[in-house]
Design a protein around this ligand. Structure first.
Ligand SMILES: NC(=O)C1=CN([C@@H]2O[C@H](COP(=O)(O)OP(=O)(O)OC[C@H]3O[C@@H](n4cnc5c(N)ncnc54)[C@H](O)[C@@H]3O)[C@@H](O)[C@H]2O)C=CC1
Ligand SMILES: O=C(O)[C@@H]1CCC=N1
Length: 276
């Protein structure tokens, strides 16, 4: 991992996940700088991680080799324009994690000619089990790409996509994906409580089952479909449950859900980049 200071602009949920993961990977907290406008959040970031915090974003950019844009898409233009001068002076690698917002717009807001990598990480970065897709325009050097990849690889798996539009699909799949699995965990826990289990017992078993299923699916050579079939005895209990899920249209529901997320990502890109 690079030892250059990394400045996060925005210290919310996703920045905290990345910072926690980087520190767990051995990165020195003093080389992680965070510009965060909310005083309570700055205080919490210092207390939890021991990172340096800044009230004014340009101050965090000066001296940083890498700048991570970690504010909500809706405020990214204002934030980028506010640090443009510092970025043009400092010439850091800029990594955007914002959903939807296109690279050409961010580059323009930052004054143009910026070494920019657009990424879509997810919150399991906190426990170094993140999944991040990265995209860089043709002009970004191999060295800058390696630098961006090394930051995100420190907190989990990384993949490059060669079409920026793929980031919308990635956002729908792995960016938002943890929430879908949490929802399934919530639903399974509630259903098990209805069957008479104590809430604590139901949650523990639901969570460990999710963990075990993901672990075996990652480690085994078989596909998830083959692993599912292995659990499903003919005329057994799993078959009874899977039949209910299929009759309710589980595949179609996920297809619609991911399509909605990808459409929202594209919509954010259109909406927020429309100042040209
Ligand atoms: N939460 C998630 O699971 C993921 C989020 N993202 C992206 O990460 C970005 C951040 O999302 P979250 O962390 O969830 O949002 P958040 O709302 O938790 O964090 C944003 C932070 O930025 C701060 N902020 C707002 N304006 C600021 C300014 N002018 N200067 C400095 N700080 C400012 C806010 O006070 C807040 O703490 C978004 O663009 C989102 O699309 C990407 C992948 C996953
Ligand atoms: O919900 C969102 O818009 C962000 C992007 C991916 C996950 N959270």
């Amino acid at each position: 991992m690079t030892s250059t200071p990394i400045a996060f602009i925005g210290g919310g949920n996703m920045a905290r996940s990345l910072i926690g993961g980087l520190i767990a990977d051995g990165v020195d907290a003093q080389s992680l700088w965070v510009a965060e406008r909310a005083p309570q959040s700055r205080e919490a970031l210092r207390a939890q991680f021991g990172v340096r915090t800044f009230e004014a974003s340009p101050e965090a950019v000066i001296g940083a080799g890498i700048v991570v844009l970690a504010v909500k898409p809706q405020v990214l233009r204002e934030v980028a324009q506010g640090i443009a001068e510092a970025v043009q002076h400092q010439k850091p690698l800029v990594i955007s994690i914002a959903a939807g917002v296109r690279m050409s717009d961010i580059d323009r807001w930052l004054g143009g000619g910026v070494a920019l990598v657009r990424t879509m990480p997810n919150t399991p970065a906190l426990v170094r089990s993140g999944a991040t897709a990265l995209y860089a325009a043709a002009g970004v050097s191999a060295e800058r790409r390696r630098q961006a990849e090394s930051v995100l690889r420190a907190v989990g798996l990384t993949v490059w996509v060669d079409d920026e539009a793929d980031i919308d699909a990635v956002t729908a799949l792995s960016g938002s994906g943890p929430a879908y699995f949490f929802l399934v965990m919530e639903a399974m826990e509630a259903a098990a409580v209805q069957l008479g289990l104590k809430p604590d017992t139901a949650r523990l078993l639901a969570l460990q089952t999710a963990f075990g299923a993901a672990k075996i699916a990652l480690e085994a050579s078989e596909s998830p479909a083959e692993l599912r079939e292995r659990v499903t005895s003919p005329k057994g209990t799993t078959e009874a449950a899977v039949q209910v899920l299929r009759e309710a249209g589980i595949e179609a529901i996920f297809s619609r859900a991911l399509a909605a997320a990808a459409a929202r990502s594209r919509e954010l890109g259109d909406l927020l980049g429309s100042d040209r």
